[in-house]
Design a protein around this ligand. Structure first.
Ligand SMILES: O=P(O)(O)OC[C@H]1O[C@H](OP(=O)(O)OP(=O)(O)O)[C@H](O)[C@@H]1O
Ligand SMILES: Nc1ncnc2[nH]cnc12
Length: 186
């Protein structure tokens, strides 16, 4: 459960940028939050503790998360410190054409365009417990494509932890079969 103080702290550091990257989209800019050291640290703490499928906080005593899956690019900024905090490895899911070795690929639509994401084929072993981390859940396309990649790898998806959910885009509806935790929903 997020306290009112934490909620206000985070919301006050996420800036609305109207009509970016295209008219009609209000972009949620997390850079003011990232450059504030105590705020950034608190967000990493909260994202690391958000519960997996049991609803219990992830602690050192929980079944381990083997890997945190971070989605390019803002998911890297949040996912890597979460992995460090949980004592897990980090696996990048990247936009098409960035990963050097053999990949698995998934396509999806975004609030403002179309994208392809991919992961190295040997990055996740069958049965590994993975936690997916990203900054914003909007239409849910990016996270569902990442879930598809993880299922293709045979991973066990412990949960999806995001900083901010744009509830009005109903991304959660596309992710009914995974445990999704958002620190904030607007
Ligand atoms: O739920 P969705 O509709 O899929 O949208 C959410 C995604 O959109 C943003 O990424 P973007 O592709 O803009 O990339 P960036 O992190 O590189 O800025 C955001 O970081 C999420 O990954
Ligand atoms: N409105 C938005 N703000 C920030 N990131 C996003 N990703 C998709 N939609 C977004």
């Amino acid at each position: 459960m997020i306290s009112d103080a934490d909620r206000d702290m985070m919301l006050s550091r996420i800036r609305d940028v109207p009509d970016w990257p295209k008219p009609g989209v209000t972009f949620k800019d997390i850079t003011p939050l990232l450059r504030d050291a105590p705020a950034f640290a608190r967000v990493i703490e909260l994202l690391s503790d958000a519960g997996p499928e049991t609803g219990e906080p992830v602690t050192a005593a929980s079944p381990p998360v083997d890997l945190v899956i971070g989605i390019e690019a803002r998911g890297f900024i949040l996912g890597a410190p979460v992995a460090h905090r949980l004592g897990a490895g980090f696996v990048p899911v990247r936009k098409e054409g960035k990963l050097p070795a053999e990949t698995t690929t998934a396509n999806y639509e975004l609030e403002y365009g179309e994208e392809t994401v991919e992961v190295h084929r040997d990055a996740v072993a069958p049965g590994q417990r993975v936690l997916i981390v990203d900054d914003v859940l909007a239409t849910g396309g990016t996270v569902s494509a990442t879930v598809e990649l993880m299922r293709a790898a045979g991973a066990e998806i412990v949960g999806v932890n995001v900083l901010l959910e744009l509830g009005f885009l109903h991304g959660r509806d596309r992710l009914a079969d995974v445990h999704l935790d958002a620190l904030l929903t607007v």
